[in-house]
Design a protein around this ligand. Structure first.
Ligand code: PLP
Length: 373
């Protein structure tokens, strides 16, 4: 069996054709038909009115926070178990990220304890759909309404996932996606901000483009501090081609996710994220924890898989463990046993949509073989 990487992009559609067209017609910066076409198609795919393409998922989150007016003196609730970009985006605004422990079954933010972290300074909550599994948005929405907080979905890992019949990215005031190369839909580097609000949409267009005056850009008169977060037409060309096949890629990801769960279901000590009812997981990454009953450590299993040509990645470290955030002024005290456990026992298996069933079978056989060695 050839080496199996953690994730490779699947680029089997019109990617090259559209990029070639962009190059041949010289539209390679952020003007050009593909940016708008990608925004329109991705918004439609997610069931949201407006989309604004940007250059990565981290700045998509930052832009979303800026549009909501989050800044110095504010607090923003985020999950403790997430990728660092969620926290850094909050820091860019001058606000303080406040951490809420993950749920031990779903690994998403523990909705039952969000309220404990709300103070007079809290302005927003950023739920993150970890590894493609939607958060319990109804409960989060109830808390947000009760305390008059804004909701920003970090949907960087959850393209096309569904919660109670609605796509992720459409379940909050404003949402952010990443199109990094390992994402279910990719542009290489890229991101998108989505919203149903005309006001937030116009703000996103304005702030992402250096706050040029939309009515007379050639005045070079800038009334606010803006950002150059524009997406290029080249990246958007890839994104449009990817979106055309979004359902196909999602189906492949779901098929693979279910194969892993099927093959490993009777292996004591191997645990997957628990999937609540009424959601559709898109299995961006197939994460597992290696528990005591497996009989071998996570790190030994990773090394064994590596020796057999199978790549993997350990889970994120908790936000409370980040020196950068502590130095910035976030409260990193307190105990986060779920995040700690996930960080020490969790890793993800190869998860690209181009994986073949025989590769998944081989990976699972190796996991089973090592347990009994
Ligand atoms: C949960 C989460 N948020 C934000 C990001 C940032 O996206 P990007 O890498 O495109 O900046 C990522 C990236 O993988 C992510 O996993």
């Amino acid at each position: 069996m050839d080496f199996i990487p953690v994730c490779e992009p699947t680029l089997i559609g019109n990617e090259l054709k559209y990029v070639e067209d962009a190059v041949k017609t010289s539209w390679i910066s952020s003007n050009g038909k593909y940016v708008q076409a990608f925004e329109t198609e991705f918004a439609k795919y997610c069931g949201v009115k407006y989309a604004v393409g940007v250059c990565n998922g981290t700045v998509a989150l930052h832009l979303a926070l800026i549009c909501l007016g989050i800044g110095k003196g504010d607090e923003v609730i985020i999950p403790n178990f997430t990728m660092i970009a969620t926290a850094f985006a909050v820091c860019y605004t001058g606000a303080i990220p406040v951490f809420v422990e993950g749920d031990e079954k779903t690994w998403n933010i523990d909705v039952e304890i969000i309220e404990e972290k709300i103070t007079k300074k809290t302005k927003a909550i950023i739920p993150v759909h970890i590894f493609g599994l939607p958060c319990e948005m109804d409960k989060i929405n109830t808390v947000a309404k009760k305390y008059n907080l804004k909701l920003i979905e970090d949907a960087a890992e959850a393209h096309g996932a569904v919660y109670q019949g609605k796509k992720t990215g459409s379940l909050s005031d404003i949402s952010a996606f990443s199109f990094y190369a390992n994402k279910n839909i990719t542009t290489g580097e890229g991101g998108m901000v989505l919203t149903d609000s005309t006001e937030l949409y116009e703000k996103a267009l304005y702030y992402k483009n250096l706050c040029f005056d939309p009515k007379s850009p050639r005045n070079y008169s800038h009334n606010h501090i803006g950002f150059n977060y524009r997406m290029s037409n080249l990246h958007a060309a890839i994104g449009l081609a990817q979106t055309e096949r979004a359902d196909e890629y999602k189906t492949l990801r779901i098929k693979n996710g279910k194969l892993y769960r099927g093959y490993l279901k009777d292996v004591a000590g191997i645990t997957f994220q628990v999937e609540p009812e009424n959601i559709e997981n898109v299995y961006w990454m197939n994460g597992i924890t290696v528990d005591k009953e497996y009989g071998k450590s996570r790190d030994k299993l990773i090394a064994f898989l590596k020796k057999n040509g199978i790549d993997s990645r350990v889970f994120f470290a908790g936000m409370n463990k980040q020196k950068s955030l502590k130095d910035y002024g976030a409260d990193c005290t307190g105990h986060y046993p779920v995040s700690e456990y996930l960080n020490n026992h969790g890793f993800y298996l190869p998860s690209g949509s181009n994986l073949k069933e025989e590769q998944i079978r081989y990976i699972c056989d190796k996991i089973i073989e090592f347990k009994t060695k």
